[in-house]
Design a protein around this ligand. Structure first.
Ligand code: DX5
Ligand code: ZN
Length: 216
């Protein structure tokens, strides 16, 4: 069964408490929290106080996706706010290995995200140091975009490589995931599906999450 990580970015921010309560009762595994700084990506989302508030409303895993430059400045703050895993972008990290060590030294799971144009080979020398790779299947910065089909090739290529060198590393896929394309994403080798609009823009998000859990 895939791990399902609803992206809070698509939720109604005026009703975060009800959203957390709904997700707590649902089959969602993780909360996916998109942090955008208006520099690495052309959009600003929410920050540390919101992560802190959500932490108080759930005991599920907080999967923090940092779309920010200089993430090293904020790892400790996000840990204190309640992050369980932190994913940084390879494109934002000239000292990626150091960033990963910092996340792990903080006692958190470490993920690395790849933009659609960034090849898998960028990760070759750090695969055994990380817990998860996040394949971006849209250009980061906004919810509600369409899935980039080439992402499936990347997932397959990565799964093949991981099977050889670090099979326990999870593949998370983020952007444009729907109930229509989820099966292809899973069959290509992904373990974690992030979905924002495909969950929150439905009448019964909890029922939609249940449908995502059934995808094989
Ligand atoms: C995009 C974010 C995604 C986004 C996904 O930059 O990283 O997590 O919220 O939203 P959907 O599922 O609507 O594409
Ligand atoms: Zn994300």
């Amino acid at each position: 069964m895939p791990i399902i990580a609803p992206s809070i970015l698509a939720a109604n921010f005026l009703q975060l408490q009800q959203t957390c309560a709904m997700l707590n009762e649902s089959k969602a595994d993780w909360f996916h929290l998109d942090i955008m700084d208006g520099r690495f990506v052309p959009n600003i989302s929410f920050g540390i106080p919101v992560v802190n508030a959500i932490k108080k409303a759930t005991s599920k895993i907080l999967d923090v996706h940092l779309m920010i430059v200089e993430p090293e400045k904020y790892i400790d703050d996000f840990k204190k706010a309640g992050a369980d895993s932190i994913t940084v972008h390879v494109e934002a990290c000239p000292h990626l290995h150091r960033n990963i060590q910092q996340i792990k030294d903080a006692g958190l799971k470490a993920g690395v995200a790849l933009n659609p144009h960034t090849p898998i080979c960028m990760l070759e020398n750090i695969l055994s140091d990380i817990d998860m790779v996040l394949i971006m299947s849209v250009n980061p910065g906004f919810g509600g975009q369409s899935f980039i089909p080439n992402s499936l090739h990347k997932i397959k290529e990565l799964r093949k490589l991981l099977n050889k060198v670090a099979p326990e590393v999870l593949i998370e896929v983020d952007g444009g995931i729907t109930l229509k394309n989820a099966a292809a994403v899973i069959q290509s080798g992904a373990n974690v599906l992030v979905a924002g609009s495909a969950i929150f823009n439905t009448q019964h998000p909890d029922a939609t999450i249940e449908q995502f859990k059934m995808v094989v």
